[in-house]
Design a protein. Sequence first.
Length: 121
Amino acid sequence: MGDLQMGIIESKFADIIWQNEPITTTELVIRSEEAFRWKKTTTYTVLKRLCDKGIFRNNKGTVTSLMSRQDFYSIQSENFVEETFNGSLPAFFAAFTARKTLTPEEIAELRRMINSYGEGR
């Protein structure tokens, strides 16, 4: 599937596709010009890069996703925890909560998620 990393601008570009798919390349060029002041060639270059990574497909001028936004960011999160915390979710959670106080609602939601995971989702 290739390197699934995206920069900030690529992420914003990808969001345009995810929010409007299927989207024609003509419409994507227009939206990219409005959002980023890109020329047509820049839009096609970034689109090709994201297609080469296996995130999107351009089929005869119609762009669709090969993975959802949620799936993409889930993979990114998994990779971050794997690379930064040796795959340890508790280590990630400890680091995350060392500087951020969780609200009672967030704690309740985390408990629900853990309980549902333990029940086989």
